[in-house]
Design a protein around this ligand. Structure first.
Ligand code: NAP
Ligand code: 8YV
Length: 320
């Protein structure tokens, strides 16, 4: 019996391709010399596709007339045209849950580096300044007895909150809904959350609904003693307004794992010494990335072999 076919759209973790190849015939679209003509002549072969960081657009979905499932690598799927998928009756799956603790660890580390200036203190030591100039200056910020405002108290936001409580922080949050059974203080208005927070941590999804939610007014509400940490998506924060706020003392510092136009990070952000900048590494360990990859493979396998999906996103229907 011939094996079923899976199309991989754009580069993905090699682990995903290796595991898929154990059961399916896999074609990697980005390795085709002429993607457009390949899709035109061969697009009808595929019922399943897997995609990585570059996602999948509406034109590619339209070029795959028999597509039924897109297994997207990552919990965030703002890189997938879910409206086009829903319109075409294609279910999209993501990778929730398996990366929460890793990403929350990175969020906590980024917050500590930003507030306690640990990256700058290390650079001070490495530059040989300690013996010459004396101890690194005391940091004005401290986590203990401060307020962490979480924008997006979902799976990852809650894992961050648990860690921050252990550091002696009080937790407040904003989302579209007040959550039942959650003891943290809810703010229906994001500016109110920013005003109440010493650190504002962004953990909401990207996309049109959250674009530039953190704008000049929110940064002003956070204030001159405030810090922002973004482990959600770069598009949630107005980067130009952030650069201005960091430059003129509207806020004190920022720790960023995500950016508006990755992998391009504005020189102005790099030049500032009150920023800690990471290259989108919150989930980037071998065990966590493999667990994410395995969930992509498991969704595609469950669909092709049993007609089931494990982790569909809410916007797309599971085909009957
Ligand atoms: P989740 O469980 O779905 O939580 C998302 C939270 O955001 C929910 O509490 C939701 O609350 C809130 N939210 C959604 N849309 C909103 C809106 N328009 N306005 C205000 N709040 C909104 O998702 P998760 O698994 O925690 O992941 C969150 C995001 O983190 C992902 O989508 C991804 O973008 C990002 N992420 C980044 C990395 C990284 O490498 N840096 C790694 C993993 C994930 P309401 O429904 O009450 O609004
Ligand atoms: C990955 C992420 O870095 O899961 C997400 O939403 O942002 C990260 O875990 C990303 O998906 C890699 O493509």
């Amino acid at each position: 019996m011939s094996r079923q076919e899976v199309l991989v759209i754009g580069p993905v973790l090699p682990y995903v391709v290796e595991r898929l190849k154990e059961r399916f015939d896999v074609t990697e679209l980005h390795r085709e010399a002429d993607r457009a003509s390949f899709l035109k002549s061969e697009g009808g072969r595929f019922r399943a596709a897997a995609c990585g960081g570059s996602g999948i657009d509406g034109a590619t979905i339209a070029a795959l007339p028999n597509l039924q499932i897109i297994g997207s690598f990552g919990v965030g799927y703002d890189n997938v045209d879910v409206a086009a998928a829903a319109e075409a009756g294609v279910v999209v799956t993501n990778t929730p849950g398996v990366l929460d603790e890793e990403v929350a660890d990175t969020g906590l580390a980024l917050m500590l580096m930003t507030v306690r200036e640990l990256n700058r203190a290390e650079a001070y030591l490495r530059a040989g300044r300690w013996p010459k100039e004396g101890p690194y200056p005391l940091t004005r910020g401290s986590l203990k007895d401060s307020v962490l405002g979480i924008l997006g108290l979902g799976r990852i936001g809650k894992a961050v909150a648990r860690r921050a409580e252990a550091c002696g922080m009080e937790i407040h949050y904003h989302g579209r809904h007040r959550q039942e059974g959650v003891a943290y203080r809810y703010h229906a208005d994001l500016k109110d959350l920013a005003r109440a927070s010493d650190v504002l941590m962004v953990v909401v999804p990207g996309g049109d609904a959250t674009r530039h939610m953190v704008d000049k007014a929110v940064l002003e509400a956070l204030g001159p003693d405030g810090y922002i940490v973004n482990i959600g998506r770069g598009t949630v924060v107005d980067e130009a307004a952030l650069i201005e706020a960091l430059s003129n003392g509207t806020i004190r510092g920022a720790g960023l794992d995500v950016f508006e136009d990755e992998p391009n990070v504005p020189e102005a952000l790099i030049a500032l010494d009150n920023t800690v900048l990471l290259p989108h590494v919150a989930s980037a360990s071998v065990p966590t990335r493999q667990a994410m990859g395995q969930l992509v493979v498991d969704n595609i396998t469950a669909w092709l072999e049993e007609g089931q999906v494990l982790t569909p996103v809410p916007e797309t229907p599971v085909p009957a």
